[in-house]
Design a protein around this ligand. Structure first.
Ligand SMILES: [Fe+2]
Ligand SMILES: [Fe+2]
Length: 233
């Protein structure tokens, strides 16, 4: 049997790193005393447990990603390396605690009118978000260094694609679009070609058009044209 080469983690992690870099960069430059200007930032700091979350909020996507791993990937790896899976689930619980704390600070900021108080809360949000992001970045590196080789050793490419298919099928289209909007421009051309070839050969005839729409809108046009030519669509 040839060794499996599928990697369920690195591509989506690249997208998540781009979300984190972008949000961190906007956070540290934000003027939180300006209510209107900080509104879109606050929307990105909401997460799953809050009311009225949007499909694009960054913390929601970070939370959702950890949930996908716990539901669709970790159970298969649990009997193979229970100690590793325990450590990764502990990380997820720590991430969850920090997401809740950050969302609560965002709620306090949204409810606060006094400029001094808003500036103080904004500075605290910036620090705590950076702590969360640092933790999340280390966590993703850990998953790539441990889970990717372990899964390639214990599962076939078809088995890993089936896990990935279940994750994609569980996502509402607007959430899937939010992940792809960050992931596609974060991949190398070779990774895009591999991904799009898989989509083209996959079971859903609409999927290629869906991904092409997002790629056209978010990937550098020259790069996207090269991918289209190499994949043939
Ligand atoms: Fe994770
Ligand atoms: Fe992950």
């Amino acid at each position: 049997m040839t060794k499996a080469t599928e990697d369920l983690f690195t591509p989506i992690h690249k997208g998540i790193r781009s979300m984190i870099y972008d949000l961190a960069s906007r956070l540290q430059a934000a003027d939180f005393t300006d209510r209107a200007a900080s509104e879109s930032l606050l929307a990105d700091l909401q997460h799953e447990f809050s009311n009225a979350v949007s499909a694009t909020c960054v913390l929601c996507l970070l939370h959702l990603h950890a949930g996908h791993e716990e539901l669709q990937v970790f159970p298969s790896m649990q009997p193979i390396d229970p100690t590793l899976i325990r450590a990764l689930v502990d990380d997820h619980q720590e991430i969850s605690r920090r997401l809740v704390a950050l969302t609560s600070l965002g709620d306090q900021l949204a409810a606060s009118g006094a400029p001094d108080r808003r500036a103080e809360l904004g500075a605290r949000i910036n620090r705590e978000a950076n702590d969360l992001f640092a933790f999340y970045l280390v966590h993703m590196n850990k998953e790539e260094a441990t889970l990717v080789p372990a899964m390639q050793e214990h599962f076939t490419d078809d088995e890993m694609r089936a896990m990935q298919g279940r994750i994609i099928a569980s996502l509402p289209p607007d959430r899937l679009a939010s992940f792809l909007r960050w992931m596609l421009p974060s991949l190398t051309t070779a990774e895009l070609v591999r991904l799009l070839t898989g989509v083209k050969q996959g079971p859903s005839p609409q999927a290629l058009g869906f991904v092409n729409g997002i790629g056209t809108a978010h990937v550098d046009p020259t790069r996207w044209a090269a991918v289209r030519e190499r994949v043939g669509f």
